[in-house]
Design a protein around this ligand. Structure first.
Ligand code: ADP
Length: 544
């Protein structure tokens, strides 16, 4: 028997209209590329979004057309998110820091029709335009006064484009499974792969995030997404923020510690989301400037493992709760968040930190299983570990126009293979042991590179650490620790190994420690282990 409820679609346009009707005066503040601080309200945002929707239709943009953005986190980017998806087009956010060949591959693979571009990235597109034959035109995200000299063909000025459009618009009633946005994963090997979200998956993901116990976000919240809007829709902040009437604070192009701290304090930011690299910069600034956070209560750290020392410093030095989130582009992206349960709040600070160092419990809507090499399920006993697979209505069902990658991504039951190795404890807390390709296989046993890295950065004189497998004649692979010293530190190999010996099993101790000036990072700020492995491919361990 079917239920007798209305079959109304879940649509992205409903979010911005809801925010405009219910939180018309709530603020959206942006540090702009032009340099000033821009502030307006959800009422203004909705009106300009409708104007842009009309302008897009005048440009001939229709359903399923891919519209690229190459842009920072600002109010104009927010308007593009809603206007493109709202009319049934696809908002395709692109990471401008990608290598040129990957950038052009992505635009051409997606067959983007228009590219919206921030002033910062106009020179980049000027350089690449001849390799983007299918792009019909460009829109520079600025006003007439700031329009640059450019050789881009069919170029428009954003503010001119929308200026004369009326502020009313009738959003189409789309099927909720219509594609809404597109994001390519950075692809450590091979070409980037496209993940195509739908209106339904986006709204469900937002509702699931808002249901995470203890993560209260509402009209009293001021959310700063440091995570770029080109990185998995800024982890959903631009969607679920307006749903609950949270103030949005966009950092624009200034992501250094000093600028972020200033913006957080002047705008009363309560919640900030971003990758560990960003928080390293912020904490270094706070330490050296002796500053305090006035309103910040929570920082969500995701995209790579949150270092224990970082979670601890936020809490002990600043009274800010650091939370770890785990997810993937393929999961919209959030899978788990590590919050301490009410019954665990009387545990010691150390025990609570142990809990937060796990990746956390699944949010509603995310099913997880771990399996052995034969695909057999492993128990959730906190000890067994194997490949982690997930499923849910906000998890992809296939890569965009990429049957080869799709064929490898799912098991026989249709679960998505995350490529992470994990354990799950009886309380549901998942803990990443490693990436399947990063784990060090020493004499048939697995050593977690992540655990070693976390232990190493616990050393007060180690700023950043990476552990990779180095070839070994007897053990196949042994861990090699590559690290960056804190400024002015003279710590040596033995100093690091003595420290590690107190924190990890003896047979896990790296066979060598190498100090470098800096470690390679991907376009999304993650450690590039593949690059590091390449850099050290001719390296011989002293024990080999
Ligand atoms: P890419 O960096 O290729 O664009 P994603 O951003 O989707 O890809 O990265 C997803 C991967 O990042 C996960 O599969 C996992 O390996 C890693 N990751 C994300 N969050 C965490 C976390 N909190 N702890 C450890 N690893 C994480």
């Amino acid at each position: 028997m079917r239920g007798l409820m209305m079959d109304r679609p879940l649509l992205i346009s409903q979010i911005i209209e809801y925010a405009a009707s219910n939180f018309p005066d709530q603020e959206v503040v942006s540090r702009t590329v032009e340099g000033d601080l821009h502030r307006y309200t959800y009422g203004d945002a909705a009106r300009r979004t409708r104007q842009l929707a009309r302008a897009l239709q005048k440009l001939g943009v229709g359903e399923a057309d891919r519209i690229a953005t190459v842009a920072w986190n600002t109010y104009r980017h927010l308007e593009i998110y809603y206007a493109t998806s709202g009319i049934g087009a696809v908002c395709h956010t692109i990471n401008p820091r990608l290598p040129a060949d990957q950038f052009t591959y992505i635009v051409n693979h997606a067959r983007d029709r228009f590219v919206f571009v921030d002033l910062t990235f106009v020179p980049l597109l000027d350089k690449l335009k001849d390799q983007l034959p299918e792009v019909a035109g460009y829109v520079i995200m600025t006003d007439r006064a700031h329009m640059p000299e450019t050789g881009l063909p069919n170029v428009h000025c954003y503010e001119d484009l929308i200026a004369d459009e009326p502020g009313e618009f009738e959003w189409p009633d789309l099927d909720e499974n219509t594609a809404s946005s597109l994001c390519y994963t950075s692809g450590t090997t091979g070409n980037p792969k496209g993940v195509l979200y739908s209106h339904r998956s986006t709204l469900l993901h937002s509702l699931f995030v808002l249901s995470i116990p203890g993560l209260t976000m509402d009209e009293d919240s001021a959310m700063l997404p440091v995570v770029p809007m080109f990185h998995v829709n800024a982890w959903g902040v631009p969607y679920f923020g307006p749903m609950v009437g949270a103030k949005l604070v966009f950092p624009g192009p200034r992501l250094d510690g000093e600028s972020l701290a200033g913006l957080m304090n002047s705008e009363g930011v309560t919640d900030a989301w971003g990758v560990p690299t960003v928080w390293l910069g912020l904490l270094a600034h706070m330490r050296s400037a002796g500053e305090r956070f006035h309103t910040l209560r929570r920082v969500l750290i995701g995209g790579s493992a949150a270092p224990r020392a970082m979670l601890n410093e936020f809490k002990e030095s600043y009274g800010v709760e650091g939370l770890q989130g785990w997810g993937m582009t393929e999961m919209s992206p959030i899978g788990t968040v590590s919050l301490v349960r009410p019954q665990d709040r009387n545990l010691s600070a150390k025990e609570q930190l142990d809990i937060k160092c796990k990746q956390g419990r699944a949010m509603f809507g995310v099913d997880m299983k771990i399996v052995d090499d034969n695909g057999e399920r492993l128990p959730h006993d906190g000890k067994a570990f194997g490949e982690l697979l997930v499923r849910g209505p906000a998890v992809l069902s296939g890569y965009y126009e990429n049957p080869e990658a799709t064929a490898k991504a799912f098991d026989d039951e249709g679960w998505f293979r995350t490529g992470d190795v994990a354990k799950i404890d009886p309380d549901g807390y998942m803990e990443i042991v490693d990436r399947t390709k990063d784990v060090i296989k020493s004499g048939g046993e697995w050593i977690s590179s992540i655990d070693l890295e976390n232990a190493a950065v616990g050393h007060p004189e180690i700023a950043e650490a990476a552990v990779i497998a180095a070839r070994h004649p007897k053990w196949d692979e042994r861990p090699l620790l590559v690290c960056v010293r804190e400024e002015g530190s003279g710590v040596d190999k033995n100093g690091v190994l003595d420290y590690l010996a107190q924190h990890v099993a003896k047979w896990w101790l790296p066979d060598d420690v190498v100090f470098v000036e800096e470690l390679p990072h991907s376009a999304t700020g993650k450690l590039q282990k593949a690059k590091l492995r390449e850099d050290f491919k001719d390296y011989t361990l002293p024990t080999a």
